[in-house]
Ligand binder design. Sequence first.
Ligand code: MN
Length: 303
Amino acid sequence: MNTTTRFLGAGPATDAGQARAALVGVPYDGAVTYRSGASEGPDGLRLASDSIETYCPKLDRSLDEFGYVDFGDLVVDVPEPGAIAGATPGERLVRSLRKQLDALPVLPLVAIGGDHLVAYPFVERALEQHPNLQIIHVDAHMDLRAAWDGEPYNHATVLGRLRDRMGPDHRLHQWGIRSGERTEYQLAADDPRIELLGASLEPMAARVRELLAADLPIYVTLDVDGIDPADIPGTGTPEPDGLRFGVVEAALGLLASAPTKGPGLIGADVVELAPAIDPTGRSQVAVARLVRTLLLGLVRASA
Ligand SMILES: [Mn+2]
């Protein structure tokens, strides 16, 4: 990344000791199936974040309340066969990302993609650390395929691979989904750990309140194409008739405001932002707003 550009108000990685949250970029889009450009997501987001405030009027909270750092970007070259365990290029990449993730200072993280494949190591680690993790998956697409062109680790299969890692008490709450193969819908319907929430605010708002009231740990994997292309056109695989921006911001805001005695939001990733596809620049500004909300969720107000 540009060494001087960090996400809105974030300190450098060297300030991690004083920080309560962090961002890390994963500028990889080699697993896309339609249009590329998500590799420019992290830096596009960092640049655009300069145009929003640290204060969120809806939550009456500000990023100025705590320290957070921007770790910069992970290395996204796919390791050579033999360099790292994993048969396919996709699996070698996610193993490499996981090694780099595990080497970072331990802080609640928002990972910035990159295409959706890069979410894998972050969610995998969260599943390992929390046997009752609740994954909130915002997306237009199911992403539950067994493989894409023979590759089991791809942006269209990533939730399928994470499902392979889910234990009996893990749950996957999908929201905004409006595209997938019939077999993916059937797979989701047949797995009692997966639920598909209706495409309006109330079902997700009720679920978030309920999960927080039950003191459960929550992870958000947010594919920006879950939001309507009218609000976020800058994404590689747009799908009409999505969730509106304000609805998603409101639901994520509950992660910062609804009562809990548990850990609440423990991590998040925001993927599939492709700035060059949106010449107006509004997509990356919208995503910066959602990242601000997620940071406020990771660091809840002290009571
Ligand atoms: Mn998607």
